[in-house]
Design a protein around this ligand. Sequence first.
Ligand SMILES: Nc1ncnc2c1ncn2[C@@H]1O[C@H](COP(=O)(O)OP(=O)(O)OP(=O)(O)O)[C@@H](O)[C@H]1O
Length: 255
Amino acid sequence: MSNNPPKMTASHVDVSYGTNHAIRDVSIDVYREDVTAFIGPSGCGKSTFLRSLNRMNDTIPTARVSGDIRLDGEDIYAREMDVVQLRARVGMVFQKPNPFPKSIYENVAYGPKIHGLAQSKGELDRIVERSLTRAGLWNEVKDRLSDPGTALSGGQQQRLCIARAIAVDPEVILMDEPCSALDPVATARIEELIHDLRGRYAIVIVTHNMQQAARVSQRTAFFHLGQLIEYGDTSDIFTNPRQERTKDYITGRYG
Ligand SMILES: Nc1ncnc2c1ncn2[C@@H]1O[C@H](COP(=O)(O)OP(=O)(O)OP(=O)(O)O)[C@@H](O)[C@H]1O
């Protein structure tokens, strides 16, 4: 772990859906050098908190977010923040792979096109190739770039979604249970990929799978009933948790 300043800081964040208070007073720092895992029992608010980091909760009419969340010191909830730009800087990969109903090439090229990242077709081609290569998919798709993204296997589709996030040169990638719809082989590929991407992007992953959190992350945050109970080095959380509730969860006493 490094002593560099955090990439993102969240301070005293609360999130409610109508009268349901889903996240209470959560403060956390996320570092570029590390993969950060969010763990905790179902309904504890992991996804809700994750979505507050790139304002995806804005798309849910009843959701209200308060507190302070910053990206490189910049308030992401400030009035002048461009949310489209923010979501390119803080990309997201969802539980179920969701490629656009377009070609493999277009899935990756779409973001760079709308953000004006390529001045020519050649440049766009290079971005597509680089993104697919980083997502560990290039060799499997380089001869079929015009096939529909939806024709790929589930694991390939998820790597395509990761390539799509990478294509706009994000600083942070949020992954909400990215392997929950995948078989063990496809899951292992995604875990390897997370390992390869570490350091280039700050990665935050929500996972139900504690072994996965232990394998892929350097920092782990344990949530329970909307609160952040404990946050620290992954090895400490799993071998030497300070809080009784963390210990109970990681030893399988509930959840
Ligand atoms: N779109 C939504 N509208 C209303 N309430 C929601 C919405 N999404 C989540 N909630 C509520 O917020 C609380 C936290 O849910 P959230 O999905 O964030 O938890 P989670 O820890 O990610 O759960 P899981 O592990 O089951 O995905 C729950 O009470 C849930 O019902």
